[in-house]
Design a protein around this ligand. Structure first.
Ligand SMILES: [Zn+2]
Ligand SMILES: [Zn+2]
Length: 146
């Protein structure tokens, strides 16, 4: 199941270490934009010898090579994404969930027109996600009725 990831790492002249493969696989199968600790905790179940530093270093390398993207929407926390195409993110301030927002930034052409070469485009939105909004509504309902 790691075949495509081995090829991907080779294309970037990176050694296909088991840790790197596990991390890429995890990010491709969990679209929750996890942070380094989430990834470390999840992978440690199957690889008890895995160290936190190894996970951090591998993430750093993969990020540098543009194999994964990092998202710094929440203060003091870096979250990771296997999707490297241009898309934006919505952080729910209630449940801390990051969702993908499919939007084309209308300003890209204008920025490029100024002679800037764009490598990444990040749009960050913060607020309350539909799930949390629904829950809050439900919580208020009985009170309103009374
Ligand atoms: Zn939420
Ligand atoms: Zn994303």
């Amino acid at each position: 199941m790691y075949e495509p990831y081995i090829t991907l790492l080779k294309e970037h002249h990176l050694k296909a270490t088991p840790q790197r493969l596990q991390i890429i696989h995890y990010l491709h199968t969990h679209h929750t934009h996890p942070n380094a600790d989430d990834i470390y905790t999840a992978l440690r179940h199957t690889s008890p010898s895995l160290s936190r530093t190894t996970v951090y270093n591998a993430l750093e390398t993969l990020k540098k090579e543009n194999i994964i993207h990092s998202i710094t929407i929440s203060a003091g926390e870096t979250r990771y994404d296997a999707r490297i195409d241009t898309h934006h993110h919505f952080l729910c301030t209630t449940c801390n969930t990051i969702s993908d927002i499919e939007l084309v930034c209308p300003n890209i052409k204008r920025v490029e027109g100024g002679g800037y070469c764009i490598e990444e485009v990040h749009g960050y939105f913060k607020g309350i996600c539909p799930q949390c909004a629904q829950k809050q509504e439900r919580k208020h309902e009985p009170k309103d009725a009374a």
